[in-house]
Design a protein around this ligand. Structure first.
Ligand SMILES: [Zn+2]
Length: 126
């Protein structure tokens, strides 16, 4: 499988490198990058028809691991597009729940072990 790097994902999505927004704090290991790639792709598809001015208000502030699960914090102008926000919120919640079954280090099937989600191989090395 072709593994993307954090830098490649940042370059790929405007919501992750908006020059008018605060820099996104990105602190996860490689296992979840594919999930983050798909989620970011879904979000960008949902906002593709908005004006550039509105797109500038939509950006990711932080992506991290909290208690073994993905946290993906998106700034979104709340009242402006409730129907789009509804879909995006659902996708983020779905991705966050999936992360508890994906090894945070290698991306294979994993399970939550304490504050980490790991496969059996990576758990030995942890
Ligand atoms: Zn693993």
């Amino acid at each position: 499988m072709n593994q993307l790097t954090i830098e490649q994902i940042k370059d790929k999505y405007g919501i992750l490198h908006n020059p008018k927004a605060p820099k996104c704090r990105f602190s996860v290991e490689n296992g979840w990058l594919r999930l983050i790639d798909k989620l970011s792709s879904f979000i960008e598809f949902q906002i593709k028809d908005l004006s550039n001015e509105d797109k500038d208000k939509i950006y990711v502030t932080q992506i991290k691991n909290k208690f073994g699960g993905l946290r993906y914090y998106l700034n979104f102008p709340e009242k402006d597009y409730p129907d789009i926000q509804y879909k995006i919120d659902g996708a983020i919640a779905f991705a966050e729940s999936l992360s508890f079954h994906i090894c945070q280090k290698c991306g294979n099937e994993g399970k939550q072990q304490g504050w980490h989600t790991l496969c059996n191989n990576c758990n030995i090395g942890a």
